[in-house]
Design a protein around this ligand. Structure first.
Ligand code: URA
Ligand code: SF4
Length: 223
C-alpha cells in the first residue's frame, strides 16, 4: 500500500504479553532504522492499571541515555504541569509515539540535536503504542504535541485547531492481526508538547498555562 513503511515493529511485538514482556521485546526492535544510532529503546513507564496515558513524541537526549521517558528538561516541565493540573504522575502511564531517539549531530561538538520523526517512523513504531493502549485500556489519552496527535489521528491532524477538546479515539487497529476493535477507546485530549514551553520567549507563562489547562480538561474526564 502506498505510504506504508516496508518494515514496522509489528513482527517484534509479542501477542498477549504483559507490560514487562512488551518492554523486553521492544529492547530488541529493529522495526525501522532509528535503533541504529540511538543508545536504547525507551519504552513506556507506569502501572498497568493507569487510567491516563500520556503520550510524547520520542525520547530526547537524556531519555536516550537513561532509558526512561520524560526524565530530561521537558520532563521537568511535564511534572510541574501535571502537579498543577492535579494529575499524579505515579498513577499515569507515560510513553512516546516513537521509542528511539532521532537526532543529528551539531556541526561542531558532540551535541545531539533532536530531529522530528517522519511519518514512516511514526507508523513503523505504532504497533508498540497500539499494544500499550490495548493492554492498559486507559480512560484518557493525552497527546503531548503534534507527533503524538498524528500517531493517533493520522497525519492531517491539526493541533492548533483541536487542542484541549476531548475527542473520541479512532479505531486503533492492530497492524498485525486487526483484533483491536473490541477494546474500549479512550477519550483523547491533545495539547502542546512541554518543550514548547521551553522554547517560548516572552509568552512562556501563557504557553505553560495552556498546557496546564489542557491537562485539567483531561483530569476532568477521569471523574
Ligand atoms: N520529549 C518527548 O516527547 N518524550 C520524552 O520522553 C522526552 C522528551
Ligand atoms: Fe522499533 Fe520504534 Fe525503535 Fe523503530 S523507533 S526501531 S519501530 S522501537
Amino acid at each position: 500500500m502506498a505510504g506504508t513503511p516496508t518494515r514496522t515493529a509489528a513482527e517484534y511485538v509479542p501477542r498477549d504479553a504483559d507490560l514487562a514482556t512488551l518492554k523486553k521485546a521492544a529492547a530488541e526492535c529493529r522495526g525501522c532504522d532509528l535503533y541504529r544510532d540511538a543508545t536504547q529503546t525507551v519504552f513506556g513507564e507506569g502501572r498497568q492499571r493507569a487510567r491516563v496515558l500520556l503520550l510524547g513524541e520520542q525520547p530526547g537526549d537524556q531519555e536516550d541515555r537513561q532509558g526512561q521517558p520524560f526524565v530530561g528538561p521537558a520532563g521537568r516541565i511535564l511534572d510541574r504541569a501535571l502537579e498543577d493540573a492535579g494529575i499524579d504522575r505515579t498513577l499515569a502511564y507515560v510513553t512516546n509515539a516513537v521509542k528511539h531517539f532521532k537526532f543529528t549531530r551539531a556541526e561542531r561538538g558532540k551535541r545531539r540535536l533532536h530531529k522530528t520523526p517522519s511519518r514512516f517512523e511514526i507508523l513503523a513504531c505504532r504497533p508498540w503504542l497500539v499494544a500499550e493502549l490495548r493492554l492498559l485500556e486507559p480512560e484518557v489519552l493525552v497527546c503531548l504535541g503534534a507527533t503524538a496527535a498524528k500517531a493517533i489521528f493520522g497525519p492531517s491532524f491539526k493541533i492548533t485547531e483541536q487542542r484541549g477538546v476531548p475527542l473520541p479515539a479512532p479505531r486503533l487497529d492492530d497492524v498485525a492481526d486487526g483484533t483491536g476493535t473490541d477494546h474500549p477507546r479512550p477519550t483523547v485530549v491533545a495539547s502542546i508538547h512541554p518543550s514548547a514551553v521551553l522554547r517560548a520567549k516572552e509568552d512562556r507563562d501563557a504557553v505553560y498555562d495552556g498546557l496546564v489547562a489542557d491537562l485539567k480538561t483531561a483530569a476532568q474526564r477521569l471523574g
